[in-house]
Design a protein around this ligand. Structure first.
Ligand SMILES: C[S@@+](CC[C@H](N)C(=O)[O-])C[C@H]1O[C@@H](n2cnc3c(N)ncnc32)[C@H](O)[C@@H]1O
Length: 212
């Protein structure tokens, strides 16, 4: 496994105060109401957000797309590290979560739409493709057809040599859908690195960094 990208975050803003953030109880309410798309029991921890952010080379990223920001844990970190001229947008299918991310990160473009629509929003933002696609989509609750369609969309919209970063909860590779997702990655990408586990998360998680 090659060493992670050395990344010196370029901090542009300070985190928002706690009262502007979505609460864990708000997240849990969405888990109960939309279990088929949420796929988690709690928002990711700061430790996972730090690891995801560490794997992005912000100096070379002109376009970053985030899929499934939830309440904006990764979005907040990404926005703090991003160069001012980087194009960034996030696609979140759940309108409650999309609104939570907008409240937490008012400077971020967050569209309430499916990850399947990456290309449409790249064009809306005058971009042909993305150097980075950062995902916390619940891959392991998607069936094989859904996984294939979403990964086709990721591949079609990732720049040559671009990077796909995805979290995968520890243990989900033991289930058939989780195993299918992690076994598919080396067939799609020229290089796949597995980072973690990051134990300080509920549940502990792995972070995959995949180079097209
Ligand atoms: C496991 S949660 C992760 C949330 C957040 N990024 C975090 O780490 O705390 C998965 C997120 O993906 C969103 N999602 C699920 N399917 C989606 C799709 N097809 N397009 C966009 N977002 C989707 C869910 O609504 C949810 O916010």
């Amino acid at each position: 496994m090659s060493p992670p990208v050395a990344n010196q975050p370029h901090r542009l803003s300070t985190p928002l105060p706690l009262n502007k953030r979505s609460t864990p109880s708000g997240f849990i309410k969405q888990v109960v109401q939309r279990p088929q798309t949420t796929g988690a029991i709690a928002p990711s921890s700061r430790a996972v957000a730090d690891e995801v952010t560490r794997l992005v080379d912000f100096t070379s990223a002109s376009t970053i797309v985030e899929l499934g920001p939830g309440t904006g844990v990764f979005t907040e970190q990404l926005m703090q590290c991003m160069q001012p001229d980087t194009t960034f947008f996030a696609l979140e299918i759940n309108p409650i979560f999309a609104e939570a991310t907008r409240n937490r990160c008012p400077q971020a473009r967050v569209y309430t739409d499916s990850a399947m629509s990456i290309q449409h929003y790249l064009h809306t933002n005058n971009c042909s493709d993305a150097e980075y696609i950062v995902s916390s989509l619940p891959w392991t609750i998607f069936n094989e057809t859904e996984q294939r369609r979403l990964l086709d969309t990721v591949m079609d919209n990732l720049a040559p040599g671009g990077t796909f970063i995805s979290i995968v909860y520890l243990g989900s590779q033991l289930r058939s859908r989780g195993r299918h997702f992690t076994q598919t990655l080396p067939k799609r990408f020229s290089r796949v690195e597995r980072h973690g586990p990051i134990w300080f998360n509920l549940p502990p998680t792995l972070v995959y960094r995949c180079i097209k």
